[in-house]
Design a protein around this ligand. Structure first.
Ligand code: NG1
Ligand code: ZN
Length: 546
């Protein structure tokens, strides 16, 4: 690194001093924390993104400012690799190191060492770098974007392009499209969705399955607003949009996919009286998750159709198309879930004859496993997921289609699969594209939300979070189903599990909030609640509570 570069880094980082006692780690989904503490972190992630772009021959990198489902006062930052996937995990330790470097000098030393190791050249001998910036609707995002911009451009030869307020999946999609040399604007994103959605609607055999109105809870975040924009392009979707954030509601406060999935109650803005039986859907704060629900009657309890049920609907539809192609197209279809998947969904998917594998919590882990298949479908129970089609498989489909007679069942099945591969975001889970696919499949099947819900019956479950002095004291096995530390806690949890029919429970430290999460499942809701509360009690007694 030459003198000019060193001076540039020292100067820019002195503008963003690191708060005392800040200790961050690039968790399940990047860095998160109270927004006021994050300018130095975001600035440094800007630097990292530039280095990543230089390392990858000037490919465009994405930097997203969001804290997804966290409260409004939080924010966060995560990086998209050129393919639209999450930052490669082998750069995460470097991200941790620079985010926590205690002074500009230490930061420069770390960067210098890393550049030598990675053989990254800067300035005259190096190439150019480009980083696209996006942010969700959090007000704190405005100044954090500036910190990112300054970080990016403090690396010589690198520029930041501010793409404004976006959903997380939009930015990932745009970065992916840019690096593939495809049309890459937000308008292109909308056009791609509308074209493939319309194509799937046109392929519905009767083309007439009527479907009732859908009501969206936008979590008072960016997703509802973008959905309003998209509605302008779509003539085929009857949707009412609530919780757009314009009516005074607060982001993620008693609204949104995380709230609905974890609390299993109606979000604000939805009433028991008017909405009984209506098909409803919730996005999370940055619109990379969705869950469906409906009110049965009486109280504000809901029937939840979570990520597992969305996954099951998608798997069923894909399988139906592939069955039509039996003997013509060979494919490996796989499903990826996490320990949070409801046991009943796993049984159902296995019953469909699908290969079901498990990954650690966090979509980066699920995504990686899904790439092992021709068609890999992954979902977290919380509604974050997508379908990955290998490029080879899509080319094979297009090739085979040429030999089929237009309008035949097999021809239509191939057309549907190709249209799904365009509609569904191949970069990352995307609430908007997920919603469109659910809607088209329900129409294709001629199903109501209630009928879809009957695919299988969820085992009652309960999730709680426990605030502890140090969540890192919990260390788990790789699949997160057993706790290795603190010593003795797993035996105690097992002792509780044994008391319940179909009991299952586990704990893990959250990667996005300062809590230990507890998950419990049992044959009745009462038992699931009681198991969750005794395991939470164990966490408190082993780790202390605050
Ligand atoms: P943590 O906080 O690590 O549990 C949560 C979700 C993940 C994932 C990330 C990213 C649960 C139990 N965990 O992670 O699945 O979506 O947020 O947003 O829902
Ligand atoms: Zn999110």
């Amino acid at each position: 690194m030459d003198e000019t570069q060193i001076a540039s880094l020292l100067k820019s980082s002195s503008l963003f001093p690191i708060p005392q006692s800040l200790k961050l780690s690039y968790g399940t989904a990047g860095f998160r924390g109270d927004a006021t503490l994050l300018p130095s972190t975001v600035h440094r992630v800007g630097i990292l993104s530039s280095l990543r772009s230089l390392k990858l021959n000037s490919s465009t990198i994405g930097l997203m400012i969001t804290a997804s489902h966290n409260k409004l006062s939080d924010n966060g930052v995560k990086v998209s690799d050129p393919s639209g996937e999450m930052l490669s995990q082998d750069w995460e330790p470097f991200a941790d190191q620079i985010a926590n470097a205690s002074s500009p000098q230490k930061l420069v030393t770390l960067i210098n060492d890393f550049m030598k190791k990675e053989e990254i050249l800067i300035g005259g001998e190096g190439g150019r770098g480009e980083v696209w910036l996006g942010r969700d609707s959090r007000p704190s995002g405005e100044s954090l974007i500036k910190a990112a911009e300054i970080g990016v451009s403090s690396v010589l030869g690198c520029v930041a392009v501010d793409k404004g307020v976006l959903t997380t999946p939009e930015l990932h999609w745009m970065v992916r499209a840019k690096n593939k040399g495809l049309k890459d604007t937000e308008k292109d994103y909308f056009e791609n969705l509308t074209t493939s959605f319309k194509c799937l609607i046109d392929l519905i055999p009767s083309n007439g399955n009527k479907i009732s109105k859908l009501v969206l809870d936008g979590a008072n975040g960016v997703g509802g607003v973008k959905m309003e924009e998209l509605r302008g392009y779509l003539s085929n979707l009857d949707i009412e949009i609530r919780n757009t954030g314009r009516d005074g509601g607060v982001l993620n406060e008693s609204v949104g996919a995380d709230f609905v999935q974890k609390e299993k109650v109606l979000p604000l803005g939805f009433g028991v009286k008017d909405d009984v039986g209506v098909r409803c859907v919730s996005f999370d704060g940055d619109a990379d998750r969705l869950v469906y629900f409906y009110v049965t009657s009486g109280d504000n309890k809901i029937e939840l159709l979570d990520g597992d049920k969305i996954l099951s609907l998608f798997a069923l539809f894909i399988k139906e198309q592939l069955n039509t192609l039996e003997g013509k197209v060979l494919s490996r279809v796989g499903v990826v879930q996490t320990a949070y998947a409801n046991g009943a969904s796993t049984d159902y998917l296995k019953g469909l004859g699908l290969d079901v594998v498990f990954a650690k919590t966090g979509v980066k882990h699920l995504h990686e496993r899904a790439t092992e298949f021709d068609v890999g479908i992954y979902f977290e129970a919380n509604g974050h997921g997508t379908i990955l089609f290998s490029e080879g498989f899509v080319s094979l489909l297009v090739e085979k289609q040429k030999e089929m007679s237009e309008g035949s069942d097999e021809y239509n099945a191939v057309s549907r699969l190709v249209a799904v591969s365009n509609l569904i975001n191949q970069a990352v889970g995307d609430a908007i594209s997920g919603l469109l696919l659910v809607e088209v499949i329900l129409r294709h099947m001629g199903w109501s939300v209630q009928k879809w819900n009957e695919l299988y019956k969820d085992l009652p479950s309960r999730q709680v979070k426990v605030e502890v002095p140090d969540r890192t004291a919990v260390v788990t096995t790789s699949e997160e189903t057993e706790a290795l530390k603190p010593l003795g806690i797993q035996e105690a949890i097992n002792g509780e599990i044994e008391k319940y029919q179909r009991g299952r429970a586990f704990i893990r430290p959250s990667g996005t909030e300062d809590v230990v999460r507890v998950y419990a499942e049992a044959s009745t809701q009462e038992d699931a609640d009681s198991l969750a509360s005794s395991v939470a009690q164990l966490v408190k007694s082993f780790l202390g509570s605050i």
